[in-house]
Design a protein around this ligand. Structure first.
Ligand code: MG
Ligand code: FE
Length: 190
């Protein structure tokens, strides 16, 4: 009889302990969406700075302008997803530690005012975005959030298109940079 009485109490204690050490799928999805939101804020800042520096590479500048518009739309889509899920966007400040580590991995290329290095770091950043949205699609699927899944699939296509464009244009861009560098009186790096 005594054992029967204490059994439910033990069960409650164990389930409380489990709750305290576990993270729900919903919580992980929200946390990753917040990371992605900060990543897009960072993207907007970097692309805008990169665009403003560019003078002699109109094709790249135009493609970056297009991607800035897409990036703003992506950030707004993530904000709507977070609101739907009962959360709110993280700020860049929340993410600064993570992004700083990322920046260090890029070896100062991010802040470079040289067009080829800028395009290279842009490509690396797009690849990070591709990985992020691939993870988010799986997480949205896992919680059955079809809207977020579809939104992230649409964003993923934009990131893939930008990464592909940069990779495909690196040879042409490098050639143009090298030619300008080699010509007296022409500025090459931006
Ligand atoms: Mg993006
Ligand atoms: Fe992007």
């Amino acid at each position: 009889m005594n054992l029967q009485l204490s059994a439910p109490l033990g069960t409650v204690a164990i389930s409380k302990l489990r709750e305290s050490i576990m993270t729900t799928k919903h919580e992980n999805l929200v946390s990753w969406l917040r990371d992605a939101h900060a990543m897009e804020q960072q993207a907007e800042q970097m692309l805008t700075a990169q665009k403003e520096r560019l003078h002699n590479y109109p094709k790249l500048r135009t493609r970056i302008e297009k991607h800035i518009e897409e990036t703003v739309g992506q950030r707004e889509t993530l904000e709507r997803a977070l609101t739907r899920l009962g959360s709110e966007p993280s700020t860049l400040k929340d993410m600064s530690g993570k992004l700083m580590a990322f920046g260090q991995a890029m070896g100062g290329m991010m802040m470079s005012d040289e067009v080829v290095k800028g395009a290279m770091s842009g490509y690396v950043f797009e690849t990070l975005e591709i990985a992020s949205y691939t993870v988010l699609i799986a997480a949205a699927k896992a919680v059955g959030d079809t809207q977020t899944q579809q939104d992230c699939e649409a964003i993923l296509q934009q990131e893939i298109a930008m990464a592909d464009w940069l990779r495909e244009h690196l040879p042409e861009l490098s050639q143009a940079f090298l030619d300008r560098s080699d010509t007296p009186g022409l500025e090459a790096k931006r």
